[in-house]
Design a protein. Structure first.
Length: 420
């Protein structure tokens, strides 16, 4: 078995000579053969950074970036200096935060790092969700499987999920408070109108222990089980007294309508229809089923860099400049009345729609000379929206914990590989 390029020295680092120049044939052969040599512009992870690095070519210029590469000389083996990579420290900054979403800014990291966090948030952050349903009676219009599926997609408050075990890892035989939370629902429509069954009708039936002399950890876990409830949004509509132009009845009707909009409808029961079941919530991750995913939206964009060629823009008339500004739907540009110049108001609003390029063509200008739009490769703005099962900041923290654990496992495996 050929050695991994990252395990050519103990500790998972790669050893390189003073020169890494190769012909195309030698480069391909050395890479396929598992040695630690790479081409002038390639690394094990893609293209090298613009400055010289141990992965790239060193054309006699030893003025390396101190922030990126730290050259350490441990021992002279075959008159070759060992070089070890020291990456910039990634930074994270919270831009905005509310009950359901968070915007974070990642800097000094590459695309793979940001995308790793995105994928972990979707598929590897654990939550609690309904995984087993025992339907005793169902006379509604929906099948048992349909109700079970809708029930599984109801988010549960999972702030203490790290204190629960996966069912496969628990030593119990048929479920316990350390690996599951039990709910029940029993409802019958005795009226003549349809009855809407929502997540608010689910009842947590975690029972008190028969023996009061239980360990302290057991009692704490019991309280955690009781704290697991279906998620729902509180009504943001305030029925203020006085003013507003509504009487009390109108205020009450509007408040009820707003509360009903926050509910998750499970099923609608007709007259004399009944639904009764027991359900178990267990711990899982999004890789197993989408119901365990704590997020509904995760996306990120790279920071745009917008530059204007004032020499070209100065040749436009005042009406043309204003026309150019109004073409941008994101309001990236502004017109300065005092200087009669077009300026960049907020480059971060750019969505890469290229409307300004099209407008430059309409103005008989070369858009490539007039405007330059690029991206900052190590700067990302990430937007996360949760389902309500976890707080947004908890999702971010858990994703970092999962990533750190996965990297530690990788590091331990690399240490076990036989060095060259």
């Amino acid at each position: 078995m050929s050695d991994s390029p990252m395990s050519s020295t103990p500790g998972g680092y790669s050893s390189y000579g003073q020169s890494t120049r190769h012909s195309d044939d030698d480069e391909a052969t050395s890479y396929m053969g598992g040695s630690s040599s790479y081409g002038a512009n390639t690394t094990p992870y893609g293209y090298a950074t613009p400055h010289a690095t141990p992965y790239g070519r060193n054309d006699g210029n030893n003025d390396l970036d101190e922030d990126d590469v730290d050259m350490l000389q441990d021992q002279n083996i075959n008159n070759d200096n060992k070089k070890f990579i020291k990456f910039k420290q990634p930074e994270i900054q919270i831009k905005s935060l509310d009950n359901q979403s968070i915007d974070v800014q990642l800097t000094n990291c590459d695309l793979s790092f940001a995308n790793s966090l995105r994928r972990i948030m979707i598929a590897e952050v654990p939550t609690l969700a309904f995984d087993f349903v025992d339907i005793e009676e169902n006379s509604s219009v929906l099948d048992d499987e349909f109700i079970a599926h809708r029930l599984g997609l109801i988010p549960l408050i999972s702030g203490d999920v790290n204190h629960f075990k996966y069912s496969r890892d628990c030593e119990c035989e048929d479920g316990c408070i350390f690996c599951m939370v039990e709910f029940q629902l029993e409802i019958i429509n005795n009226g003549t109108e349809k009855l809407v069954v929502t997540q608010r009708d689910l009842q947590n039936i975690t029972t008190e222990p028969m023996d009061d002399n239980q360990p302290h950890e057991y009692m704490k876990q019991l309280m955690r089980c009781k704290g697991v409830e279906p998620c729902f949004e509180e009504s943001s509509l305030s029925t203020a007294s006085g003013g507003g132009g509504y009487d009390d009845d109108e205020n009450m009707d509007e408040s009820k309508q707003n509360v009903s909009d926050q509910n998750i409808i499970l099923v609608k029961l007709g007259p004399n229809q009944r639904l009764k079941f027991r359900a178990r919530a267990t711990k899982g991750i999004g890789k197993e089923h989408a119901k365990f995913s704590p997020v509904s939206v995760v996306g990120f964009v790279q920071k745009p860099i917008v530059k204007l060629n004032q020499d070209v823009i100065s040749g436009l008339s005042e009406d043309q400049k204003k026309d150019f500004i109004t073409c941008c739907p994101s309001k990236v540009y502004k017109y300065e009345e005092k200087t009669k110049e077009v300026e960049i108001e907020d480059a971060n609003k750019c969505t890469y729609c290229n409307e300004c390029f099209r407008k430059a063509e309409d103005l008989n200008q070369d858009p490539m000379e007039m405007i330059t739009i690029s991206i900052q490769p190590d700067h990302f703005t990430m937007h996360i929206e949760t389902t309500g099962s976890l707080k947004p900041e908890q999702v971010v923290k858990s994703s970092f914990d999962v990533l750190r654990r996965k990297l530690k496992i990788l590091k331990d495996h690399l240490k076990q590989l036989k060095p060259n």
